[in-house]
Design a protein around this ligand. Structure first.
Ligand code: CA2
Length: 146
C-alpha cells in the first residue's frame, strides 16, 4: 500500500472562490480537493486546511511520520512563521511549496518566503487548478518506491 500524499493549506484559503476572485479566481478549495483526488488516482490523499499555526505544525509532523511527500500552500505563514519553516526543515521527503498567485508579481511583502529555502520545489502563479500540476510533479518526485 502506498503512503499518502499530504496537501496542506494555510490561513484564509477556506475562503477561496468566495473573496478576491481577481487574485485567486472562482475555484473553491472543495473543487481543488476534488481535482487533486482525481490526480492522485489510487494513492491515498490527506487534503486539509487550517487557520491555526499550531495545527499546521502538528500536521507537518504527522506528514513527516506518515507521508510519501507533501504540497504545502502556507499562505500568510510563508512570510513569517519560523516555526513552520523549522518543522518543514525536518520533513526530509519531496516537498512542493505552492502558491495560487505569482507572489513575486505582487507587493514586496509577498516576496520573501521562509519556506522556499527548505522546499524541494516552488510553484506559484498557476491558479487554483494548478494544484493538479503540483500533484503530478510530486508523484514523479516520489517515484515507485514510496
Ligand atoms: O497565492 C497564494 O496561494 C497565497 O499563498 C495566498 C495567501 C497569500 O498570503 C500568499 O501570499 C499567496 C493568502 C490566502 C488568502 O486566501 C484567500 C482566498 C480567497 C479570498 C481571500 C483570501
Amino acid at each position: 500500500m502506498s503512503k499518502p500524499i499530504y496537501i496542506l493549506n494555510g490561513p484564509n484559503l477556506n475562503r477561496l472562490g468566495v473573496r478576491e476572485p481577481e487574485i485567486y479566481g472562482y475555484t473553491t478549495l472543495a473543487e481543488v480537493e476534488a481535482l487533486c483526488r482525481e490526480a492522485v488516482g489510487e494513492r491515498p490523499l490527506e487534503f486539509r486546511q487550517t487557520n491555526s499555526e499550531e495545527t499546521m505544525i502538528d500536521w507537518i509532523h504527522e506528514a513527516t511520520d506518515r507521508s510519501a511527500g507533501m504540497i504545502i500552500n502556507p499562505a500568510a505563514f510563508t512570510f513569517y512563521s519560523m516555526a513552520i519553516m523549522d518543522a518543514l526543515k525536518m520533513f526530509g521527503k519531496p516537498l512542493i511549496e505552492y502558491h495560487i498567485s505569482n507572489i513575486h508579481k505582487r507587493e514586496p511583502m509577498y516576496h520573501n518566503s521562509l519556506v522556499s529555502g527548505v522546499a524541494t520545489a516552488v510553484l506559484a502563479g498557476l491558479g487554483a487548478k494548478g494544484y493538479v500540476h503540483a500533484v503530478r510533479i510530486l508523484i514523479e518526485m516520489i517515484g515507485e518506491d514510496d
